[in-house]
Design a protein around this ligand. Structure first.
Ligand code: ZN
Length: 513
């Protein structure tokens, strides 16, 4: 039974969707005025994995991530760099999309743009005025916070913490806490027509309008970074619930923030940093103020997207993630355990791990292990994975279970000496295939190990592969001729440039650092 931590109630609750079998998720996306940094990619990776797991659990899931392509920050940046706002937004959106693709985030169903949602935003604002929750003031429209019952119920902060946002002039507001739904355009600013004159939306209203359009008045999961809880999410709730008279989202899930760290943490999500919910502490170390705030595309030159994805998912999503290149490198080393097994699997069975077909949902899974100790162990690891994911999407615990599973598989290959052809009984191969299939299936629900990693730079890898084969053959021939000096020279020379040779019954394998 899946349970999720709901920020609204501050408890873990059983997950029961609003409409049986269907799940709607809305995640607040980026304001596209600068290239994304790693902090921007945490939410999409987490919610991509959450969607995959929900689909695997049998739900029909719709995931929406909005793109804020008009905003004060965008206008300021477009003036600074002398580029029209629309062009700047288009370029930064493309950068964001490229980063998502590199991370294997490809299950988002809708990316609504603020500039394409103007009609709905205007209609939403009109309704709030009609219902007495908002007022117009010289071309601006403000939400009157004192009229919203229960304001502050998500963040447990009161009206007094809300500073509000002015459009042109803060003195147009009735109270300091009131925030802008619509801002009158200043000369030269991009604007859209409205009943209150040309202007643009405030930031919060787009999420209320978009989520209603794509997911309905009440949907299942609203997600976002912990830093968005107040005032952004609080204001979304005020707008939507005053407009519709019903709850906006059933479960509010807030992910921890990526923060700078010089500490070397442990793989698997144990952290000595502040625990979840400690917003103040996380804000201090937030990644946007540190060196991790360099463009994400730069980080992708150092690390494969899959490695960064693995790194993000190694922590339970509510915890802060300590960012350091050293930690990502540790993750990279850990992942070799999996890549080495995939090669072994191919050597033993002649089949690619990546070609293993997996079932789409858990319903199709049968837990038969027929009393075989190896299959029993595979089942134990798999059940542990599912238990972690059912416990508020603990991907860090899930990954630890995948490590146990891959160790179990490697041990089976060792114990049964499966690298030697004469030990290939059909029973053993069948068992190995069942175990590998479980690994592939569970990893896929986290969006991991879906494609062979070398596909990204096939050209140079192919050449390296051919050159390595040549060297390995030369070494084998030298050894056959008892010319050990040459054979050793080849091995030692390769070690010096970071290439390790491993002699196995099926041939020599190489790995490069
Ligand atoms: Zn939002």
């Amino acid at each position: 039974m899946l349970r999720v931590y709901n920020t609204l109630t501050r408890t873990k609750e059983p997950f029961e969707p609003v409409r049986p079998g269907k799940v709607g998720i809305y995640l607040c996306g980026p304001t596209v005025y600068k290239p994304s940094h790693i902090g921007h990619m945490v939410g999409p990776v987490i919610f991509d994995a959450i969607k995959r797991y929900l689909v695997y659990s049998g739900y029909d899931v719709t995931l929406v991530v909005n793109i804020t392509d008009v905003d004060d920050k965008l206008i300021a940046e477009s003036n600074r760099c002398g580029m029209p706002m629309a062009q700047l937004a288009a370029e930064m959106t493309a950068d964001y999309m490229n980063n998502l693709a590199a991370l294997g985030v490809d299950v988002i169903d809708h990316f609504p743009r603020c500039t394409e949602t103007m009609d709905e935003i205007v209609r939403f604002t009109q309704t709030l005025i009609q219902k007495g929750f908002a007022y117009e003031a010289q071309g601006d429209v403000y939400f009157e916070v004192s009229k919203a019952n229960g304001y502050g119920k998500l963040s447990h902060r009161g009206v007094e913490a809300m500073q509000g946002e002015g459009g042109g002039m803060a003195d147009r507001k009735r109270a300091g806490a009131d925030f802008a739904l619509w801002k009158a355009a200043k000369p030269g600013e991009p604007s859209w027509p409205s009943p209150w004159g040309p202007g643009r939306p405030g930031w919060h209203i787009e999420c209320s309008a978009m989520s209603r359009t794509l997911l309905g008045e009440t949907f299942d999961i609203h997600g976002g970074g912990l830093d968005l809880m107040f005032p952004h999410h609080e204001n979304e709730i005020a707008q939507s619930e005053c407009c519709h008279g019903k709850p906006m989202a059933k479960y509010w899930l807030h992910n921890g923030l990526m923060q700078a760290s010089d500490e070397v943490g442990k793989l698997g999500g144990r952290s000595t940093r502040p625990t979840e919910g400690d917003l103040a502490a996380q804000e201090v170390a937030k990644i946007s103020k540190s060196k991790g705030s360099s463009p994400f595309s730069e980080l992708l030159k150092q690390f494969a997207g899959e490695t960064i994805r693995f790194f993000v998912l190694s922590t339970q999503y509510r915890r802060p993630i300590d960012f350091s290149e050293q930690r990502i490198r540790e993750v990279e080393t850990g992942m070799d355990t999996f890549y080495r097994f995939f090669k072994r699997f191919e050597r033993v069975t002649g089949e690619s791990f990546y070609a293993i077909e997996v079932v789409k949902t858990l319903r199709d899974w049968d837990f038969q292990h027929e009393g075989d100790p190896f299959l029993l162990e595979v089942t134990v690891c798999s059940v542990r994975f599912l238990a972690c994911m059912d416990d508020d999407f603990n991907t860090g615990g899930g990954i630890a279970a995948l490590f146990d599973l891959v160790r179990t598989l490697n041990k089976y290959v060792d114990d049964e000496k499966l690298e030697e052809l004469e030990n290939h009984t059909s029973e053993r191969l069948k068992n190995l295939r069942i175990g590998a299939k479980r690994l592939r299936e569970l990893a896929t629900t986290l969006g991991l190990f879906r494609k062979p990693p070398q596909e990204e730079s096939a050209g140079s890898d192919e050449l390296a592969g051919k050159l390595m084969k040549l060297l390995i053959d030369l070494r084998a021939e030298s050894r056959k001729k008892k010319d050990f000096a040459t054979a050793d020279r080849i091995r030692n020379g390769l070690t010096e440039i970071g290439v390790t040779l491993e002699d196995r019954p099926g041939g020599t394998e190489w790995t490069a650092k």
